[in-house]
Design a protein around this ligand. Structure first.
Ligand code: HSE
Length: 310
């Protein structure tokens, strides 16, 4: 029988990064989860099983990102000699490679599970630092760890995250296209430098967005999700993107954005079932006009982030 102290379960939320103007800085956690059960072993066996979204594409060897992340914690806490193998079982509900933080969830799950089993030598800020090292930017891993809406900065490897619960009760209507888009490809289309006026456009909106959410001033959201730094360059990667945005806004969305690097599109709505459903239907139908099959998710913001259970 497994030693129960070597076994833990972790539930990690999906996330939507950027939130429009906050490229690589803003993110929020949503009520869609991947669940992981990890047992660390003293021998070198590695058994990885997954079910749910994209299960057939997930590596089951030492290239697996959950295991790689767990290894980072084991090495940095001097436990790599003690635990050389693992049994990892995943149940994935976050759509893979769609812009809802599936890779961040895997990284955070691996780090958090291994950290819990070896006695929590690292606090959440240290886990955030490790996760950002692996992912390259903090905007998905931060809300996956802390929950809520997050503002993150990175300066010479030092990652800081401010997490808060917006005062406006937002619903997240997400249109999930049936094709994946790799973050690497979606970053390759971005320019190396941007005009100052576009930078100013985004700084103002990102600041306005955070201020409006903290103060609960819904009327300031009407332009606060707009972006000039990444979405215009990524439009060509998501057929119908601008039309889907317009359809969502016409149906009552407070704001719209590319979710992370895409291809999911997210509409932020006030909590109202009729409006949320209308937005969802209009987004899916508009995608269809551009030959993209999509399904819609209507989610709430998650406020807890990664949760561990023994
Ligand atoms: N900020 C990142 C990007 C999120 O837009 O490329 C994707 O993981």
């Amino acid at each position: 029988m497994d030693n129960p102290k070597n076994k833990v379960t972790v539930k990690v939320p999906g996330t939507s990064a950027n939130c429009g103007p906050g490229f690589d800085c803003l993110g929020l956690a949503a009520t869609i989860y991947n669940e992981l059960e990890m047992t660390l072993l003293e021998d070198e066996r590695l058994i990885i099983e997954s079910s749910g979204d994209g299960a057939e594409t997930i590596p089951t060897d030492d290239k697996n990102i959950v295991w790689k992340s767990a290894r980072m914690v084991l090495e940095r806490s001097d436990n790599a000699e003690k635990f050389k193998g693992a049994i990892i079982r995943m149940e994935n509900h976050i759509p893979m490679s769609r812009g809802l933080g599936s890779s961040a969830a895997a990284i955070v799950a691996g780090l958090t599970a291994a950290n819990a089993i070896v006695g929590t030598p690292f606090n959440r800020n240290e886990i955030l630092k490790f996760a950002t090292e692996i992912e390259g930017h903090p905007d998905n891993v931060a809300p996956a760890i802390f929950g809520g809406f997050t503002v993150s900065t990175v300066d010479k490897g030092v990652v800081q995250t401010f997490s808060f619960t917006p005062k406006i009760k937002l619903k997240l209507v997400v249109a999930v296209p049936d094709f994946p888009l790799s973050t690497r490809v979606a970053r390759q289309v971005l320019p190396k430098s941007v005009p100052l006026k576009d930078a100013v456009f985004n700084v103002g909106r990102a600041a306005m967005l955070v201020a409006a959410l903290i103060e609960g001033k819904e009327r300031f959201l009407s332009t606060a999700f707009d972006d000039a730094l990444h979405q215009p360059y990524r439009t060509k990667l998501v057929p119908g993107m601008q039309e889907v945005f317009s359809a969502a806004k016409k149906s009552g969305a407070l704001g719209v954005a590319l979710s992370g690097a895409g291809p999911c599109l997210i509409a932020f709505s006030a909590a109202n079932k009729r409006i949320e459903n209308n937005i969802a239907v209009e987004m899916v139908q508009t995608f269809k006009k551009h030959d993209v099959q999509a399904n819609a998710l209507i989610l709430d913001p998650d406020t807890r982030g990664a949760v561990v259970n023994f």
